[in-house]
Design a protein around this ligand. Structure first.
Ligand code: B12
Length: 231
């Protein structure tokens, strides 16, 4: 009952586009012992969905979306800070480089995925948003990550995911990394077309997929056949 009330408060804070309310509800969730992942998924993300739908229907506009995103992020920061202090060592599962592709500033979905990966003991390097292709490749090599995870929310920026694959192929290092992409316009067909390894539509599926792919990679020292790994 208390859990439902607090989740409703988190959802409401995003819908009301109120960062202070969102932060308070996040603290309340932690104090009540609610799983931070459940708080993000069952509370904040639900509120964002409402606001996204309003935007799509022309009932909300860019300035409102920005404040809703701010409320979402303020609460996520509080909930995620708590996750990082969890008992499992970050990197137990593997290392992930996450980013939003060049030309694209949508990072709410990326941040949710990041929070879930961290909660599941992945070490996550976040390059932020609007990240040039060269930087993604450079940092993946520098941090020696297992997975490159990229988000694209617009049909106009989707092409940057292909550019990442192409650059890795050109440098002869494609097989060093598992390539996971996501964002609303990403489909199984797109992933097959560009030669990436997988995609997921939800943060929970991303974690499941990342674990399966890393296990397979460790077992075979290379990325398994695409038939197995594409969701
Ligand atoms: C919020 C929002 C914004 C905010 C972004 C704030 C922020 N910090 O992110 C603001 C207001 C800044 C914004 C700006 C713009 N936006 Co906008 N925006 C949205 C909106 C309403 C919601 C997106 C969102 O956050 N959804 C909620 C999250 C939780 O969902 P998600 O991102 O899909 O992520 C989930 C999955 O996709 C997946 N996932 C996501 N990333 C990854 C990564 C990996 C590796 C994996 C495995 C999974 C995964 O898991 C996530 C969690 O479930 C969408 C409409 C919509 N309904 O999607 C438009 C939308 C994406 N925007 C759009 C547009 C056009 C713009 C602007 C150009 C508008 C303008 N005229 O200025 C600018 C673009 C600026 C730029 N260069 O990027 C269009 C894109 C259309 C297209 N061509 O594809 C959309 C679809 C709206 C529309 N219907 O027209 N926007």
């Amino acid at each position: 009952m208390i859990q439902q009330e607090i989740l409703a408060k988190l959802k409401n804070a995003v819908e009301e586009m109120d960062p202070d309310l969102a932060e308070n509800a996040a603290r309340e969730a932690l104090a009540a012992g609610i799983d931070p992942v459940a708080a993000i998924n069952g509370g904040l993300a639900q509120g964002m969905l409402t606001v996204s739908n309003r935007f799509d229907q022309g009932e909300a506009f860019v300035p409102q979306m920005l404040v809703a995103a701010e409320a979402f992020e303020a609460a996520t920061a509080i909930l995620t800070a708590n996750l990082v202090q969890g008992s499992k060592k970050q990197s137990d599962q593997g290392k992930v480089l996450i980013h939003t592709v060049k030309g694209d500033v949508h990072d709410i979905g990326k941040n949710i995925v990041k929070a879930f990966l961290k909660a599941n003991a992945f070490e996550v390097f976040d390059l932020g948003r609007d990240v040039p292709v060269e930087e993604v490749v450079e940092k993946a090599l520098e941090y020696e990550v297992d997975i490159i995870a990229g988000s694209a929310l617009m049909t106009t920026t989707l092409g940057a995911q292909k550019e990442i694959v192409d650059m890795l192929v050109k440098k002869g290092i494609r097989d060093r990394f598992i390539l996971l992409f996501g964002g609303a316009p990403v489909t199984k067909r797109w992933i097959e077309q560009i030669g990436a390894d997988g995609y997921a539509e939800s943060p929970a599926d991303t974690v499941r997929l990342a674990k399966t792919l890393i296990t397979a990679k460790k077992a075979t020292s290379q990325i398994p056949g695409k038939d197995i790994i594409i969701k």
